[in-house]
Design a protein around this ligand. Structure first.
Ligand SMILES: Cc1ncc(COP(=O)(O)O)c(C=O)c1O
Length: 412
C-alpha cells in the first residue's frame, strides 16, 4: 500500500475521532476514544429501542443479528471460528472464566509473569488461594528479547505446569511477548495457554488458530476503541467441553425441565455467556471491530510502531529521560513508556494534561509514563509531547508543584 494512501487513511480516522479536536489523546491502552461509526451504530440501536421498544420483534431480531455479526467479526479478527467466540463483559472476565474453568489440583503449577495486570494476576493468585495452585513467575526485563523470554518460560514451565496466564503485550512496558514460541513450549509440557489480550485487540494482528492458543480474552474499550461493557473470549473448539463455566444460565443448558431433568450444553461456547447482553455495547463493538478490520490489522500494527519509533527519536535524546518500553523491533508495540529522572510519573502525566491537553497515564510499578500511540495520533502530537517533556526534564516545574497535578486515586 503506497505511503500517501495510508497517510490519508489515518487522517480520515483522526477526522472521525472527535476527541482529537481538543486533546492529544494517548491513552487507548486504558480506554480508547469513540469514533463516529461507533457512535452512529450505538445511536442507531438506541433510537430503535426508544422508538419501538426493546422487545418488539424486529428490534429483537436486530439485536440478534448484531450479536451474531459481532461473533463473526470477532472471529475474523482473532483468526477463529464464530462458534469459538463468547461475548463477555471485559478481558478480566474472560481470563477468569478460562482459568477457573480448567482442572487444577493442589500443588499444580500455574505460570505467569511479573508484568501482568491485576486482571490476569489476581485470578492466578485466586487459583492459589482457593485451589492450592503453585504460582511460578517468569521475570521479564524490558530489554529482554524474544529468546531470553522463551528461555525464562522454559525454566518456569519445568515439568507438570498446568496453565500459563500471560499478556501478549504487557501493559506496563508495552513489550510484545513471543506468544507462538511460548505456546509451543507450554503445549509440549501439557499446559493450557490463557492469554490476556487486553492490550492486543485492535493493535497487533492475532491468529489464535495458527498459534494453537487455548483461550484468548480481549476487550472492546481499549485499542479497538469500542464502548465499555463488552469483551470476547475465544476458547479453542477442542477445549470448550472441558472448560467448566463458573456462572451459568439458560445458554449452558442443552435441555431441562422444571422437575429436575437437566443436560448441560458442554460443547457450546455460549455456555460462558450469562443472561442479557448490553445491546448498545454490542452495536458499538461490532462497528469498532469492523472499523479495525477495514483499516487493516497489518497496516495498523505497522503505523503504531512507526509512531513508537518517532516517540523514541524525539524523547530518548532528552537529558534525564529514560525509555522503558522496548527499543528492539521484535518486542516494540504502540506503547511508548518513559521516565524523567527525579519526577513522579503521576505528576508528569497530570501536568501534561493540564498544561498541554495530553491524555496519558502513569505506570507506578515502573515509575513511568505510558503513551499509547494509535493511528489517529500524529507525528506533530509526538513533537508537542517532546516539547512538554523537555520543559519538565529541564526542571521548569519542581517536584512539589508537580505533585499537585497527580490524580487523587491510583491510575490502576
Ligand atoms: C494487560 C491488561 N489486562 C487486563 C486489563 C483489564 O481489562 P478489562 O477492563 O478489559 O478487564 C487491562 C487494562 O488496562 C490490561 O492492561
Amino acid at each position: 500500500m503506497p505511503e500517501d494512501e495510508l497517510a490519508a487513511r489515518w487522517a480520515a480516522r483522526r477526522a472521525r475521532t472527535p476527541v482529537t479536536r481538543d486533546y492529544t489523546y494517548m491513552n487507548c491502552g486504558w480506554v480508547g476514544p469513540l469514533s463516529e461509526p461507533v457512535i452512529a451504530a450505538m445511536r442507531e440501536r438506541l433510537e430503535l429501542e426508544v422508538a419501538h421498544g426493546p422487545t418488539t420483534r424486529h428490534v429483537m431480531e436486530d439485536g440478534r443479528e448484531r450479536q451474531d455479526g459481532l461473533r463473526r467479526a470477532g472471529a475474523r479478527m482473532l483468526g477463529a471460528d464464530p462458534d469459538e467466540i463468547a461475548l463477555t463483559g471485559n478481558t478480566t472476565e474472560g481470563v477468569n472464566i478460562a482459568l477457573a474453568g480448567i482442572d487444577l489440583a493442589p500443588g499444580d503449577p500455574v505460570v505467569t509473569t511479573n508484568l501482568e495486570h491485576v486482571g490476569g494476576l489476581i485470578p492466578v493468585y485466586w487459583a492459589r488461594h482457593r485451589r492450592g495452585a503453585e504460582v511460578r513467575f517468569v521475570r521479564i526485563a524490558g530489554d529482554d528479547g524474544p529468546g531470553a523470554v522463551v528461555e525464562a518460560f522454559d525454566r518456569a514451565l519445568g515439568h507438570g505446569a498446568k496453565a500459563v496466564v500471560l499478556s501478549e503485550i504487557t501493559y506496563t512496558t508495552g513489550q510484545l511477548l513471543p506468544l507462538s514460541a511460548i505456546t509451543e513450549l507450554a503445549h509440549a509440557r501439557g499446559a493450557t495457554v490463557i492469554v490476556d489480550g487486553a492490550q492486543t485487540a485492535g493493535h497487533v494482528p492475532i491468529d489464535v488458530h495458527a498459534l494453537g492458543i487455548d483461550a484468548y480474552a480481549v476487550p472492546s474499550h481499549k485499542w479497538l476503541c469500542g464502548p465499555s461493557g463488552l469483551g470476547l473470549l475465544y476458547v479453542r473448539r477442542e477445549r470448550i467441553p472441558d472448560v467448566e463455566p463458573s456462572k451459568v444460565s439458560g445458554r449452558a443448558a442443552a435441555s431441562y425441565d422444571y422437575e429436575g431433568a437437566f443436560e448441560p450444553a458442554r460443547d457450546r461456547i455460549a455456555k460462558f455467556e450469562v443472561s442479557t447482553l448490553p445491546s448498545l455495547s454490542v452495536a458499538g463493538m461490532l462497528a469498532a471491530v469492523e472499523q479495525y478490520l477495514e483499516a487493516g490489522p497489518d497496516a495498523v500494527w505497522h503505523r503504531v510502531r512507526e509512531l513508537n519509533r518517532r516517540a523514541e527519536s524525539v524523547l530518548a535524546p532528552i537529558p534525564g529521560v529514560r525509555v522503558l518500553s522496548p527499543r528492539r523491533d521484535d518486542s516494540r508495540s504502540g506503547h511508548f513508556v518513559f521516565a524523567i529522572d527525579g519526577l513522579d510519573p503521576a505528576g508528569v502525566s497530570g501536568w501534561m494534561q493540564a498544561e498541554g491537553r495530553v491524555v496519558a497515564r502513569s505506570v507506578r510499578q515502573h515509575g513511568a509514563v505510558r503513551l499509547s500511540l494509535h493511528v489517529y495520533n500524529t507525528d506533530e502530537e509526538i513533537d508537542r509531547v517532546g516539547a512538554l517533556v523537555r520543559r519538565l526534564a529541564a526542571g521548569e516545574v519542581g517536584p512539589e508543584r508537580l505533585a499537585t497535578f497527580a490524580p487523587a486515586g491510583p491510575e490502576a
